[in-house]
Write a protein that binds this ligand. Sequence first.
Ligand code: GRF
Length: 219
Amino acid sequence: MSKKLRIGALASGGGTNLQAIIDRCQDGSLPAEIVLIISNNQDAGALERARKAGIPALCIDHRSYASREEFDRTIVGALQDAEIDLVILAGFMRIISEIFVEAFPNRIMNIHPALLPAFPGLHVQRKALEYGVRFSGCTVHFVDTGTDTGPIIIQAVVPVLDSDTEATLSARILVQEHQIYPRAIQLFAEGRLRVEGRRVSIDPPDDYCPQSLTNPTLR
Ligand code: GRF
């Protein structure tokens, strides 16, 4: 059997994306293993999920470090000690520095709850509603030194309904997040992602061309 991809996960919050990935690793549908979970927040649900799944976890509190770089060096050291192949950010609420990105070039993924490059940053479901877009969604991308600017791997689109609140839109997007994040990791594990400049190609490709979508629907 080929070697499983070794994943290090960083999470600050509830960790539902993390759980979706843990589940796929455990049921064997993802040829990967989460070997280390790091949180900067000792109350993160992600740490409890790690404990339940029997995955080693560390809490590294950013407030104990004088600078972002010093904090990142500690995290990079822990990930390197654990011989991580891929780092996944799963609701990790810290901006990571160049030191971190350069330690894992094109080997850090993030999930963002909007269709990048629209709505980078925080509170993006609210911003999508306020802007009045008819579609939003989520994006899995490689992490570069910008905020939510790295090469895009997969996106999923959801409609934005007139009746939506921030909570209902977030919930609709989250369902898709739990689908596309494991899938992006699977493509990486299979060695199928090629990054050239901003573009990520999938080789061999997943050729499927759905009809276009409109929202509201044309009848
Ligand atoms: C998700 O919406 C993700 O896109 C964003 O932070 C949220 C984390 O949710 N980066 P969870 O902790 O995975 O439930």
